[in-house]
Structure formats: structure tokens, C-alpha cells
Design a protein around this ligand. Structure first.
Ligand code: CUA
Length: 344
């Protein structure tokens, strides 16, 4: 029972395409969604799979089949039969992909446009990314935080800013993701609809500490969010070392708000980063480096001009050079004292 190669090829291709599509549709691509956009995006993703996987599998099986079936046998020096163009076939393979790609683009655009529609009662959250940490600022609530807290069922607009290089803001449970480009403000709008804790992860390679650039996001009932705002709002912030207050509180606050914990270990601040040197050992290292310079001057220089000296065993050019510009002198002095004093 010998069948024509073309029929054999198509039968094989169709069979493989069905199996391939079934496999990818059965796969769990994303974690359980936590915002109103998740179901629509999951559907969009499945539709894209249904259009792209069968075509990919079909083309690949036809190619592999042809390579095996029509390979040159030993002693075969010929070029094979001459091939003529086939206008009908060419029109077909240009038109069909064009229609599919156009249709999918329009569908994707409609879905995104619908998700990003402005909604009433939207809360603004300014997100600042830097190597290798995140800061969140709620202008309407007058709160700044290193953790992302969100009330359930309230629309949020994230305004994304970067202090240094390109990062990418992504919470897999929310599905939406956006690059953060220095000098630009990019936006994401979504409405969380499930209570729980997940991670904000950076999805753009941004340096050695990229993989550590993650922070918790917590979605909570509206009442709990209000309580959090009350506790961490303007009043609480000042007590934590704002204004003129100096000393350890100011140092601790400077450590937290500049993302030092993203890279360094420092017990007093519950920091356990491993990208840069362990700051619990700072005093010993600084003492060794003194040579006519005070330990405080060395630490200050290491923050303002991190390229001047790299601790042995750590890679060069990793620490951001933006701190000289970002930390006011008073705060910087407090930070230096805080670090040298082991948190006191
Ligand atoms: Cu920031 Cu990767």
C-alpha cells in the first residue's frame, strides 16, 4: 500500500500539528491570575497558540520529511527535476499568512486597548526602578514604600521610572509587563482582584544583580489598605527619620530608601543581599583602607564614587554611580555613621 509522498507528507504534518497543539493547550503557561485582565490575556494567548503552533509544527514536519525522503543517495550527482513557479500557490502562501497576522494584530490591539482603558477612581503608583531594587510612591496617599501594597478591586495606574538603566516591571499574576526606560515614563493600568502576595520581578537584564531584583507585592482588602496608609502615611514617615532628625534613624531610612538592601547584607536593616560586600564587615575593611584617611571618608567615597575602589572578590562597576546626586549630604553623613556603627 504505497501512498503518494505528498499525501503522506500532509497526513504526517496534520497529525503532528494536532498533537503539538493539544500539548501546548494542556500546558499551564502562567500562574493563577490576580487581576481583571488575566482571563482575557490567557484567552488571547491560547488563540495565538492555536494559530501559530499548528503552522510551525506542520512546516517543520514537512521540512524534516522532505530532507529525509528526498535526500541525495550515494552516486546521485543530479540537481533533480527543474522547478517552475506556481502563481496560484504563491498567492495562497502570501495571502493566508497576511490575513492571519493582520487579524491577530487587530485582536491583540483591541484586547490591550480595552484593558488599558482609563477607569474612574484610579489610584496612581509611581514605580522607581534602580539597580537592583524597586521603590513605590503613592502621591494620592502620601506614602512611600519598598513593598508594593494594593487594595483589591481598585484600578491602579503604575507610572514607571528608572534611575539608571532599562528595567522591566512584571508581576506574572497580573500578566501585564512593561519596560522602564530612563528619561521616559511608561504606564500600566490594571485592577487587582485577588488577595495574596506575589513578586514584582525585573524582566530585563539590567546588570549583575538582575536576578535579585524582586520585591513583594501584596493585594489586600480595601480596609486593610486604608489601615496601612494610615500607619505609613506622612506622620509615620517623619518619625522614621525625615526632616532634621539625624542619627541612626536617618541612616536606616537612607539605607532603605536607596535600595542598599538589594545588594548588601546588613543585619541592622534586615538586609541579606549578596551582590556587593557584606556591610557587617565594613568596619574591619574600612580600618584596613584607612592609610591617612578616616574610615568615614573611605565609606563616603565608596558611596559617592564607587568606581574608586572595589573590594577584592567582588566584580567591578556594579554599584550604581547615582548616589552622589540622589542622597543629600546630611543624609549621606547619617548613612555613613549608621553603616560604620553597625546600625547604631
Ligand atoms: Cu532590573 Cu533586571
Amino acid at each position: 500500500m504505497r501512498r503518494h509522498p505528498l499525501a503522506q507528507m500532509i497526513a504526517l504534518g496534520v497529525f503532528a500539528a494536532i498533537v503539538g497543539t493539544a500539548i501546548v493547550l494542556l500546558m499551564d503557561w502562567f500562574p493563577t491570575g490576580a487581576d481583571t485582565a488575566a482571563p482575557t490575556i490567557d484567552t488571547l494567548y491560547d488563540v495565538l497558540l492555536v494559530f501559530s503552533v499548528p503552522i510551525f509544527v506542520l512546516v517543520m514536519s514537512v521540512v524534516i520529511y522532505s530532507v529525509v525522503k528526498f535526500r541525495a543517495r550515494p552516486g546521485d550527482m543530479g540537481d533533480g527535476a527543474p522547478i517552475h513557479g506556481n502563481t496560484r500557490l504563491e498567492v495562497f502562501w502570501v495571502t493566508v499568512p497576511f490575513l492571519i497576522v493582520t487579524g491577530l494584530s487587530v485582536y491583540g490591539w483591541v484586547v490591550l486597548n480595552d484593558i488599558e482603558k482609563k477607569k474612574p477612581n484610579t489610584m496612581i503608583v509611581n514605580v522607581t526602578a534602580q539597580q537592583f531594587t524597586w521603590h513605590f510612591d503613592y502621591p494620592g496617599q502620601k506614602v512611600t514604600s519598598d513593598q508594593l501594597m494594593l487594595p483589591k478591586d481598585r484600578p491602579v495606574e503604575f507610572r514607571l521610572h528608572s534611575k539608571d538603566v532599562i528595567h522591566s516591571f512584571w508581576v506574572p499574576e497580573f500578566r501585564l509587563k512593561s519596560d522602564i526606560v530612563p528619561g521616559m515614563t511608561t504606564k500600566i493600568r490594571l485592577t487587582p482582584n485577588r488577595v495574596g502576595s506575589w513578586n514584582v520581578v525585573c524582566a530585563e537584564l539590567c546588570g549583575l544583580g538582575h536576578s535579585t531584583m524582586r520585591q513583594q507585592v501584596t493585594v489586600m482588602p480595601s480596609s486593610a489598605f486604608q489601615a496601612w496608609v494610615q500607619k505609613n502615611g506622612k506622620g509615620g514617615q517623619q518619625a522614621a527619620g525625615g526632616g532634621q532628625a539625624g542619627g541612626a534613624a536617618a541612616g536606616k531610612s537612607a539605607f532603605a530608601s536607596n535600595g542598599c538592601a538589594g545588594c548588601h547584607t546588613f543585619k541592622a536593616s534586615n538586609a541579606s543581599g549578596t551582590v556587593g560586600p557584606n556591610l557587617d564587615q565594613l568596619k574591619a575593611v574600612a580600618a584596613k583602607r584607612e592609610k591617612g584617611k578616616s574610615a568615614a571618608a573611605y565609606v563616603k567615597q565608596s558611596i559617592e564614587d564607587p568606581r574608586a575602589f572595589t573590594v577584592k572578590g567582588f566584580p567591578k562597576n556594579v554599584m550604581p554611580t547615582t548616589f552622589k546626586k540622589d542622597i543629600p549630604p546630611q543624609q549621606l553623613d547619617a548613612l555613613v555613621q549608621y553603616l560604620l556603627g553597625g546600625g547604631k
